[in-house]
Design a protein around this ligand. Sequence first.
Ligand code: GDP
Ligand code: MN
Length: 364
Amino acid sequence: AASRFRQASRPYYRPWSSGSHVRTPKPKAAFVVLVREHELHDVLLTLKEIQVAFNDDVGTGYDFVFLSETKFTDYFKSRVETFLAHRPTKPRVRWGFVEDKDWKMPEHIDYYRAQAAMEVMGKSNLIPYGGSQTYRQMCRYMSYPIFEHPLVMEYDYYWRLEPHTRHFCDLTSAYEDGQWVERDPFRYMRDNGKKYAWVLSLLEYKTTVRTLMVHVHRWRDANRHLIPEQSSFDFISDDGKAYNLCHFWSNFEIADLSFYRSEAYRSFFHSLDRAGGFFYERWGDAPVHTIGAAMLLRPDEIWKVDYAGYTHPPYMTCPRDAKLASRCACDPQASFEYDRSNCEAKWDKIQGRNTTEIILDINR
Ligand code: GDP
Ligand code: MN
């Protein structure tokens, strides 16, 4: 342990690397964690995983922003702060409160209609969180209001973290053109014009997004001036109309916050919010983020973090490339890429690669 700390205080240097990224300015970026008090131990695991994978590196050491609509106890705060204070980079920890105006069901929602929907959907054990109002509030909050939180406003990039997630790979170096190069995902995003990054994509539960696409088209038709010429729409629709249920799993997400705070995305969110589907159905923040990104970003502005190994139960991804897998503690054969609800092939398609399409099972 002693040598590790000594090493940490030396200038950032890796013998195998080109060392290029540390010479660009450090982005204003933070890990952002919306979490509940009782998830303390699960979130500590996530913190350990991200520190080891990336943030323990002397060249990085990004801040953490914790958010909740209830005040964290001193016990929770001290466990998190003490844990991070003992890591090599001693990242800064900030505590944020989510205001009722951002968290609660908005005034314009017909409460009885929402309650009826929750009652019906709650009876089906095929719809996760079908009966939950707080889950709906969380999905709405994560869809946009979080990006206007005063603490989050201080940053240009965010990396969303959830409790009970694991990072299996060394994220400080990637294999590129036959050699290992230093890689700081935040700097990589900024230096390469990436606006959105993901690791797992899969199918949404149809019953949670029944009318989502109707409202997407309504907004799109009324806001042609906000739609770029080249988009990634083919990722979310096979015929240019209907939603194919594909989405990036937003429990892992890195984003350029100027994308979420753009006039187009904001207007898109507010129109969905007015439509009420966060409560009358159970629109998830993942399909909302994904559809927004697919409509508003070019394929080259979206980055699949292909050297990451990650799990949020029940799914796991592990790099198939042997070189990349060599820096990971996971099994490529067990990777979710082989599953029938994986949208990877659609991603390949928009990137201009033709891979064998897996027949997706949309009737779940
Ligand atoms: P799942 O990943 O879709 O199964 O949903 P989670 O229960 O993991 O919730 C997603 C994220 O939102 C996690 O980081 C949770 O800690 C957080 N979250 C969910 N509900 C609440 C809530 O009511 N309050 C707070 N503060 N965080 C919540
Ligand atoms: Mn989760």
